[in-house]
Design a protein around this ligand. Structure first.
Ligand SMILES: [Zn+2]
Length: 233
């Protein structure tokens, strides 16, 4: 089972680990794990384009993430937040790496920013092969855009909450070939956050699939999202 978005290793078969990482570096990147480098919109002071470029050049199996926009901490998206997001999209395109996106309370804006393409390189050539919409909880209206961008949506722990009616509707509406599951585990929430197995079991029940059938779908989708990064094809 692949945890499509987390910040530390927790014992799943495969972790897609995004910066900021927590835990000892030695626990990162077990054989099947995939690492994503990037500056999260909450930690913009740490952004250094040259350093990111050097890391991507040195790590051909790494993706870019989590990057994006955020309106959870502040009401307005600052020009600097947007600039740093676009700079990182440009690097992902230059190196043709998949991207893990953050878009709390501003998913429409994240999609629009990608679609308007101002971040694209002058002389083209580069391309972002796939996007993961992590923590996505908007209703289904953006799904056609997400599919067009070769986007995947990872379903998280909220699906286990019986009151999360809208989120469960979303989980049923996502096209089957776009589905992933994530814990978004960090050092702070590690003890409370359920395993992606529990999340997948609930998702299977909601979509009327057996756990085994859904697991096959999820693994196929994880491979497709990782594409060129996948070392185990
Ligand atoms: Zn995260």
């Amino acid at each position: 089972m692949t945890d499509a978005h987390c910040h530390l290793v927790r014992g799943e078969t495969r972790h897609l680990l995004c910066e900021p990482f927590v835990g000892e570096a030695s626990r990162l990147a077990a054989e099947r794990d995939v690492v994503f480098y990037g500056t999260h919109p909450w930690y913009l002071d740490g952004f250094d384009a040259d350093a990111l470029r050097a890391r991507l050049a040195a790590n051909p199996q790494a993706g870019v993430g989590e990057i994006g926009l955020d309106r959870l901490k502040e009401r307005n998206i600052s020009p600097r937040m947007r600039e740093i997001f676009e700079a990182q999209l440009r690097l992902a395109a230059e190196f043709r790496r998949p991207v893990v996106l953050h878009g709390a309370k501003c998913w429409g804006d994240v999609v629009k920013t990608i679609e308007n393409g101002k971040w694209r390189m002058e002389n083209e050539g580069g391309r972002i092969p796939a996007f993961l919409f992590h923590g996505f909880s908007r209703s289904g209206g953006l799904l056609p855009d997400i599919v067009k961008l070769n986007g995947y949506v990872s379903i998280g722990p909220a699906i286990l909450n019986d009151h999360a009616v809208n989120y469960r509707e979303l989980a049923k509406a996502i096209p089957e070939d776009r589905l992933l599951v994530e814990s978004d585990a960090t050092a702070e929430n590690d003890a409370e956050v359920p395993s992606v197995r529990d999340i997948a079991a609930k998702l299977a029940e909601l979509r009327g699939l057996t756990a085994e059938a859904l697991e096959k779908v999820l693994e196929r989708n994880a491979e497709a999202f990782l594409g060129v990064l996948n070392k185990h094809e």
